[in-house]
Design a binder for this molecule. Structure first.
Ligand SMILES: [Zn+2]
Length: 513
């Protein structure tokens, strides 16, 4: 059966001619479809001004059409990605929406083979669109919040930590330091808690035996440990280095020295605090590969099972399929192996360069052009604003009636607003490009770091997109990857091939097609 596709064409200005007209776009798209042996189901044509990215009725119709399963659309074909969307966020949002419906967005004039690198880039974007947002963040005016984001704890120190100096001024820019009296007691409590043998009151009792109540927990306060104190300590991710602020509902990696490693923290939390409440959530946190890791023999997804051993609870991924029950692997072992798999998928610098050159060549052009345009638009806005002033003056001089003047001013203000929207769109575009650049540089080079930093939902997206949720575990506890998304296979291959076959910058090599 042929792939059924739809074509989406767009002009921002109805007077556009030549290469960019709707007819030309459609013609090129149809030729492309014909060459690929695609069946064109429908064509959606967006006409009219659309500097504002919101109101695009044809795009919405096209999306709705794609999302109806019975239409069996496999691709949305556009002339180029710039036509499709001039705003990274919007474009990614649409691509991601369609991908959820198994519809792929392809361009007739760029990455025309939808080659592996282009696809890899998009896969990464899709899985991490969210992260892009986070990396950008808003410009924070609040000094405290920006200090927090830089890794500084700006609130009262958690028990077991203190400020190094007496004065606020001296402590500025410094993370809390470990309180050598209380810290060992807390670390020990986490270890005890992680075994799953004790409850909160028992843990509190042990802390008191260790002398918890003998030390000041703040300037003037001493207190004995209670089940409540234990609860408060066990729920703070701060102790393994991750700061959380409820004020801004944000996480940030702290600059302070952790008291405990993340896994011990999670085990302790899991064993003592979340016994029932939030169980499944914490469960998933502890087993990030759940759902993706399968039994090598029967191919069934492995379940997770904490089992009580002599030294406390041990965590496993396990195949519990009837008549199989062959495979079981300790989570630490599984996660270590997964880490080394990720470490192997490492694009070389050349590939990163190539990525960026390809993906951004179009955007860079737009950005370069938009520099001039931004200037022009700013001038136009300035001119319109002075026009308002002169209308007001004309009214005062009796040349306009109040009603006339108002009418004119409203008209001009509308024009200003529409220009300002267009302007902010252009500025955003430039900003986004830089973020994405930084994103690829920092993270694509180091997938295991990326993995570590990802939240659970991103991890799940990542496993699905890159590994097709198909990691296999053998009887002797080896994790294998039978399928890797082709794009990442390619990254892996190119990461290994050093020196030879280095592709010149900016040139799309045929072998990648
Ligand atoms: Zn099995």
């Amino acid at each position: 059966m042929k792939n059924k596709i739809i074509i989406y064409t767009r002009v921002s200005d109805p007077s556009q001619v030549d290469n960019n007209s709707l007819e030309t776009q459609e013609k090129v798209c149809r030729q492309f479809a014909k060459a690929k042996d695609f069946e064109v189901d429908r064509v959606f044509r967006e006409e009219g001004w659309s500097a504002k990215n919101t109101d695009r009725p044809e795009l919405r119709k096209a999306l709705a059409h794609c999302c109806v399963k019975s239409n069996k659309i496999t691709h949305l074909l556009v002339y180029n990605f710039k036509r499709f969307s001039r705003n990274t966020h919007e474009g990614l949002a649409v691509i991601s929406l369609l991908s959820k419906n198994d519809v792929e967005v392809i361009s007739a004039t760029e990455f025309s083979e939808m080659n592996s690198i282009g696809r890899a880039m998009r896969t990464v974007f899709m899985a991490f669109g969210q992260m892009e947002n986070e990396m950008k963040g808003e410009v924070v005016k609040d000094n405290m919040q920006s200090a927090f984001r830089k890794g500084l704890w700006v609130f009262k120190c958690p028990v077991g930590y203190k400020r190094k100096h007496r004065s606020k001024q001296e402590n500025k820019g410094q993370p809390p330091v470990i309180d050598s009296n209380l810290a060992p007691i807390i670390t020990k409590m986490f270890r005890n808690a992680s075994t799953g043998i004790y409850n909160k009151s028992q843990l509190a009792k042990m802390m008191n035996l260790d002398g918890f109540g003998d030390h000041y927990i703040s300037k003037r306060k001493k207190t004995r440990a209670t089940h409540k104190v234990v609860h408060n300590i066990l729920t703070k991710t701060f102790y393994y280095g991750e700061m959380y602020s409820s004020t801004w509902d944000e996480y940030s990696t702290g600059l302070h020295e952790p008291l405990i490693d993340e896994l011990t923290w999670k085990k302790a939390y899991h064993a003592v605090v979340s016994k029932k409440k939030n169980y499944s959530f914490q469960d998933k946190e502890l087993y990030p590969l759940k759902g993706a890791i399968r039994c090598f023999h029967c191919e069934h997804p492995m379940t997770t099972s904490p089992s009580r051993g002599k030294s406390g609870i041990v965590y496993y991924y396990e195949c519990r399929k009837k008549n199989c029950k062959k495979v079981r692997i300790n989570i630490n072992k599984a996660h270590d192996q997964f880490d080394s798999i990720l470490a192997n998928i490492k694009p070389s610098d050349d590939v990163i360069d190539l990525f960026q050159n390809m993906v951004f060549s179009e955007w860079d052009k737009v950005v370069a052009e938009s520099g001039d345009e931004i200037e022009k638009m700013e001038e136009a806005i300035y001119a319109l604003k002075s026009e308002i002033k002169s209308i007001r003056k004309a009214k005062d001089d009796g040349l306009y009636t109040l009603v006339q003047a108002k009418e004119e001013v409203v008209k001009i203000q509308r024009e200003i607003v529409s220009l300002e929207i267009e302007l902010s769109d252009k500025k955003v575009e430039k900003y986004d490009t830089e973020i994405v650049r930084e994103f690829t540089n920092r993270f694509l080079k180091n997938l295991s770091l990326l993995w570590e930093k990802m939240g659970l939902s991103k991890k799940q997206a990542f496993l699905k997109q890159i590994f097709y949720n198909d990691l296999r575990c053998t009887t002797n506890g080896e994790i294998r990857t039978p399928k890797l998304s082709p794009s990442f296979e390619l990254i892996q291959a190119l990461g290994e091939a050093k020196g030879e076959n280095v592709t010149p910058r900016g040139i799309e090599p045929r072998l990648l097609g």
